[in-house]
Design a protein around this ligand. Sequence first.
Ligand SMILES: Nc1ncnc2c1ncn2[C@@H]1O[C@H](COP(=O)(O)OP(=O)(O)O)[C@@H](O)[C@H]1O
Ligand SMILES: [Mg+2]
Length: 338
Amino acid sequence: MNVQFPYAKHLQESIIEEFILESDVMRSMMKVVHEVAQYDVNVLLMGESGTGKEMLAKIIHMQSPRAGTPFVPVNCGVLSGLMFEDKLFGHEKGAFTGAIRQEKGCFEMADKGTLFLDEVSEVPLENQVDFLRVLEDFRFLRIGGSEFIDVDVRIVSATNKDFKDQVKKGLFREDLFYRLHVVPIYIPPLRERKMAIPRMVDHFLNRLATNYKKPGLQVRSEVIDIFCRYDWPGNVRELKNLLERVFIMNDDDVMAIEHLPSDFLWHFRDPPRLMDLEEVRRAAETKAILDVLYRVGGDKERAAKILRISPRTLRYKLNKYDIKVDRMGEPVAAEKGG
Ligand SMILES: Nc1ncnc2c1ncn2[C@@H]1O[C@H](COP(=O)(O)OP(=O)(O)O)[C@@H](O)[C@H]1O
Ligand SMILES: [Mg+2]
């Protein structure tokens, strides 16, 4: 079980400093985080994967009066039925085959602390009723147990789904949704706050230099430019991971475009050139005329017949498109081989 025990005071402060804001939207978001942290109100963090939801959940915990107590993250997306109940509420010895001793669930481990329900919109429908009851009463039975256990837990949850849509589709109970959704906090994707990218690059590279005990990298502005042109579907996590990969592989003291992996640069390959109809016609007619002239060995009369145009029109087009063939009908100069 991934219980994270109380962080030392200096770590509490550093995680807050490490969260890069760098835009008005993020600064207002952080203000809400600071305010709600003081109260045991249920917070729902909404945002795409990699936008920093888990980091914010920890910040909420550390800014709250519960700072010195456990922070317990649980991924609600991977378990269902009895396994889900077991993970959250635990079991008594002998409750089911394999239950060789009593085991606590996440709610008990988070007692006096904060329980972080990640991917909460994935709680299976069959488990939602019991779950709601526990979130209202903070008391439950371990599987196979007969004695109620009371806990004092602060709930912070997160989702990367359109939660309201899940409710509309009948995949999520409305009453449970409102229970979790008391204070919703939206974290915008990185592509909507690209002004933070330079600071993030600088920050993550400094961290990497410290962690890997390797000299830092001077980042060329062209790299920042290309980062700002990219949409980062995996958000901050994707940026962080890319930098780590480049940092490890790079033995220079600078980071330039050529140090970026080819699968990343692939996103910037030139799209097929856009042409207007005149250009399309020119390209198509040039190719057709060259093909025919080659097939008929340069005989313009025959070529015009096959193309069903007059010899005069053919001459006009040869001139207009600057098509040149030799006596055998082979394209010459620039057209050669095309
Ligand atoms: N604003 C930020 N500043 C610094 N690091 C961030 C920021 N947002 C996210 N990260 C880092 O990006 C990674 C993904 O963040 P995480 O909180 O796990 O995202 P989510 O839970 O939304 O998927 C983590 O390593 C986190 O430390
Ligand atoms: Mg996450």
